[in-house]
Design a protein around this ligand. Structure first.
Ligand SMILES: *[C@@H]1O[C@H](CO)[C@@H](O)[C@H](O)[C@H]1NC(C)=O
Ligand SMILES: *[C@@H]1O[C@H](CO)[C@@H](O)[C@H](O)[C@H]1NC(C)=O
Ligand SMILES: *[C@@H]1O[C@H](CO)[C@@H](O)[C@H](O)[C@H]1NC(C)=O
Ligand SMILES: *[C@@H]1O[C@H](CO)[C@@H](O)[C@H](O)[C@H]1NC(C)=O
Ligand SMILES: *[C@@H]1O[C@H](CO)[C@@H](O)[C@H](O)[C@H]1NC(C)=O
Ligand SMILES: *[C@@H]1O[C@H](CO)[C@@H](O)[C@H](O)[C@H]1NC(C)=O
Ligand SMILES: *[C@@H]1O[C@H](CO)[C@@H](O)[C@H](O)[C@H]1NC(C)=O
Ligand SMILES: *[C@@H]1O[C@H](CO)[C@@H](O)[C@H](O)[C@H]1NC(C)=O
Length: 394
């Protein structure tokens, strides 16, 4: 707009013609292919493109290179394909919702979009995005038929939220180096394998119901790292040095967690209900600003570099791990706050009294012995219950 103010009159005139033909900032309504063809001389559409819910069949934006606004299609249950072979960028949201028969999405030139919001596209199995979207402020893909996310080739992203895509088998975002918002996977195909080979930094990352997560380059997270209900046997984060809250909960096959360089947990660290995890070893972990809360069936627990735990300590297992080193750390005031260490206990519980293993089940939480003392104990400033409650609500 500022540009227009100072532009030459001739340019102004061109701009006016251009505006009349190609949208003037108001929404551009598309009922049928002829409506779309009416914009065939436009390289840039100015305004939000709104496609009618009654659109039926195939829709093609042949020559458009840029949408200066959103592309929004809501409820067009009879739209079968959507293509825009020359479209390079969408300055606002690319939103598709309830396109239940859409089987083809072809955007061969698209690289930049402010946000992607796709929901309820059950027949969409692949993306035909030849160049690939490399920049997106946020990506949310829910309840689609996609089997992979090839075409989403992000280098940077804000939020990356991928949920309830029950055919989704693999996700490899090879170019992604840094995520500035939440990365979340939940409720997708239970054999989903996720590879983020070059991701170095991020904020919050949560993984539910996935079968593998590969993050070999991850170095530092300013937010939480959490794993719930995942089916991998081993997890490793070889380069991770620092994270906020760290959670492994209810991963029934997990038998090996390897984080050899993890030094700092800026928050709580919980391991619970991972029944196959028989040994716990975090050789470099020095500092935990919240509480350490490990419960399960492990026979070994070692945190040999520990220097400071601000928020309390709860370690309970049906296994025969030794409390000796932790008792000493408690005596030495390395571990402050509430302290509890119990090996060979039939019903290990978490700090808040819920069951620490799946086989000791509901029994543990229903006995007054398990729950009562924990509730009486004052919660540290970074109370785990609150933190994990917030996480679970995501
Ligand atoms: C396309 O929709 C417009 C309304 O947006 C209507 O005026 C026009 O007749 C329709 N064209 C065809 C071919 O259906
Ligand atoms: C889709 O097509 C069916 C059959 O022609 C029709 O009954 C239905 O109303 C259409 N849906 C929409 C959203 O236009
Ligand atoms: C990370 O998660 C916490 C707790 O759920 C939330 O307060 C915070 O805003 C999140 N940060 C980002 C960048 O998403
Ligand atoms: C990731 O992006 C954030 C925000 O732009 C920035 O503060 C941080 O330094 C970046 N991290 C890496 C490893 O590039
Ligand atoms: C892990 O960190 C080391 C040292 O910073 C670096 O040389 C190596 O390339 C990193 N590995 C990966 C897979 O990023
Ligand atoms: C997904 O993970 C959650 C834990 O976050 C668990 O309660 C749920 O049962 C899992 N769903 C499936 C289908 O495994
Ligand atoms: C656990 O995984 C790490 C890294 O993948 C590996 O080096 C280590 O040998 C494994 N430990 C066991 C006990 O299998
Ligand atoms: C602890 O239990 C494991 C099997 O659960 C056994 O192999 C090991 O010898 C036991 N260690 C001690 C010190 O009792």
């Amino acid at each position: 707009m500022a540009f227009l103010k100072y532009a030459l009159p001739a340019l102004l005139a061109t701009q006016a013609v251009f505006a009349a033909d190609c949208g003037d900032g108001d929404s551009i309504k598309i009922e049928n292919q002829s409506d779309a063809d009416g914009y065939s001389t436009c390289k840039t559409l100015k305004g939000d493109v709104e496609v009618s819910e009654h659109y039926s069949g195939d829709l093609n934006f042949q020559s458009v290179e840029e949408i200066d606004g959103s592309l929004n299609i809501d409820g067009a249950a009879n739209m079968t394909s959507l293509s825009a072979p020359n479209l390079e960028s969408i300055s606002e949201t690319f939103q598709l919702n309830g396109l239940t028969t859409l089987a083809s999405l072809s955007f061969g030139s698209l690289t930049t979009v402010k946000s992607i919001k796709w929901t309820a596209l059950p027949n969409l199995q692949t993306l035909d995005f030849t160049k690939g979207v490399t920049e997106a402020g946020s990506v949310a893909i829910t309840n689609t038929g996609l089997t992979n996310l090839d075409g989403i080739s992000l280098k940077t992203v804000g939020t990356f939220d991928i949920t309830e895509n029950v055919q989704l088998k693999t996700v490899n975002v090879n170019n992604l180096k840094n995520a500035t918002g939440l990365i979340n996977f939940a409720g997708n195909m239970d054999t989903l394998e996720i590879e983020l080979p070059n991701l170095v930094g991020g904020t919050n990352m949560t993984f539910r119901n996935v079968s593998s997560v590969s993050i070999p380059s991850l170095k530092e997270l300013s937010g939480q790292l959490g794993f719930w209900g995942d089916s991998f046997q081993s997890f490793s984060a070889p380069n991770l040095t620092e994270t906020a809250d760290l959670v492994f909960n209810d991963n029934s096959k997990l038998n090996n967690v390897s984080m050899p360089n993890l030094k700092t947990v800026n928050g709580g660290f919980q391991i619970a209900r991972n029944d196959k995890l028989s040994a716990i070893d975090f050789p470099s972990l020095e500092q935990v600003t919240g509480a350490i809360d490990f419960s399960g069936k492990f026979d070994k627990a070692s945190i040999s570099s520990l220097k400071n735990v601000k928020g309390g300590f709860n370690m309970q297992s049906t296994g025969n791990f030794s409390c000796d080193s932790f008792d000493k750390l408690h005596d030495d005031k390395v571990i402050r706050g509430t302290y509890k260490c119990k090996s060979d206990t039939a019903n290990p519980t978490t700090k808040d009294g819920s069951s620490g293993s799946t086989t000791s089940g509901g029994k543990a939480s229903s006995t007054s012995e398990g729950a009562a003392p924990m509730n009486v104990a004052p919660m540290p400033a970074m109370g785990l219950a609150a933190i994990f409650g917030a996480l679970l609500a995501l």
